[in-house]
Design a protein around this ligand. Structure first.
Ligand SMILES: C[S@@+](CC[C@H](N)C(=O)[O-])C[C@H]1O[C@@H](n2cnc3c(N)ncnc32)[C@H](O)[C@@H]1O
Length: 260
């Protein structure tokens, strides 16, 4: 079963500021992401990933793509024209509702958006997916064991000529130590939690009281990530250079293939 607190936090993000929760651009809080610019980042990313994996002739088939942790469908929608079937999975039903709402009208893609209600990919057969995309997701899982499970699951579900593009931090900076009494007491966080438990609207708490749903962040060093993938029989075909976001999180994208 999915961790309830984790799901509740992402459901709240899907309600209060879904675009910013997906891409935390400093100027785009409180719904200020331009929607076209936001989705254009997905089109660019998918073009780059497919061009890159195409150098190895992967994916060998373009039947099914899976976008794990799809959020608003930024990557899912961009994948859809390249595959017969594209599925976006997300733990937050609010994100899935928004993804469906945004992907409507004459330009709608044929992507499927599905609420993910498990802690693995048991709904998908071994060897059934040609392309897995998982960007900006694993870092937010509540446990390292959860991250490792999904790394192994990606290897399992990949078709023999498939490939997965998996982004994961190698380093997450430690939070600055709390020095003032106010920081130590974390009054805003505690008050927010209290009022949320009383079912006060998350939108109200976010907009007027500066409360934020939890957004955990963790990474796994490069060698250890590769070891997990290899323990599942997969291998890392290639890995991107390190990229550092404005918060100091250093990430890499692993291009993963199943056993030969
Ligand atoms: C920062 S957003 C990234 C969205 C998308 N991958 C993109 O790059 O546009 C992280 C997403 O992962 C989802 N997520 C977190 N934990 C998840 C889980 N265990 N299973 C599926 N989705 C999850 C969140 O709900 C959120 O929509």
């Amino acid at each position: 079963m999915v961790d309830r607190q984790h799901r509740a936090a992402w459901d709240d993000w899907g309600t209060v500021d879904p675009f910013w929760a997906v891409l935390t651009h400093p100027d785009a809080r409180h719904g200020r992401w331009d929607h076209d610019a936001f989705f254009a980042t997905g089109v660019d990313m998918v073009a780059t990933m497919l061009e890159h994996t195409g150098c190895w002739g992967r994916p060998g088939h373009r039947r099914t793509a899976l976008d794990f942790g799809c959020g608003l469908g930024r990557i899912t929608r961009a994948l859809a024209p390249h595959f017969e079937r594209t599925i976006g999975l997300d733990v937050a039903s609010t994100m899935i509702d928004e993804a469906r709402r945004l992907d409507a009208g004459p330009d709608a893609s044929d992507a499927e958006f599905v609420v993910h209600d498990a802690d693995d990919l048991r709904a998908f057969e071994t060897g059934s997916i040609d392309f897995v995309s998982c960007l900006l997701v694993l870092q937010h899982l509540p446990t390292r064991a959860g991250i490792e499970t999904y790394l192994r699951e990606f290897v399992r579900v990949l078709a023999p000529s498939g490939v997965a593009a998996v982004q994961l931090p190698v380093h997450v900076p430690q939070a600055a130590p709390r020095t003032t009494l106010r920081q130590k007491l974390r009054l805003r966080t505690r008050a927010g939690r209290f009022f949320r438990a009383l079912r006060v609207s998350p939108r109200l708490l976010y907009k007027w009281f500066g409360w934020q749903p939890e957004m955990r962040m963790q990474g796994i060093p490069y060698e250890e990530t590769v070891a997990v993938i290899e323990s599942a029989g997969g291998s890392v075909l290639d890995v991107s250079d390190e990229s550092t976001d404005p918060g100091g999180v250093v990430s890499r994208v692993y291009f993963v293939v199943p056993p030969a």
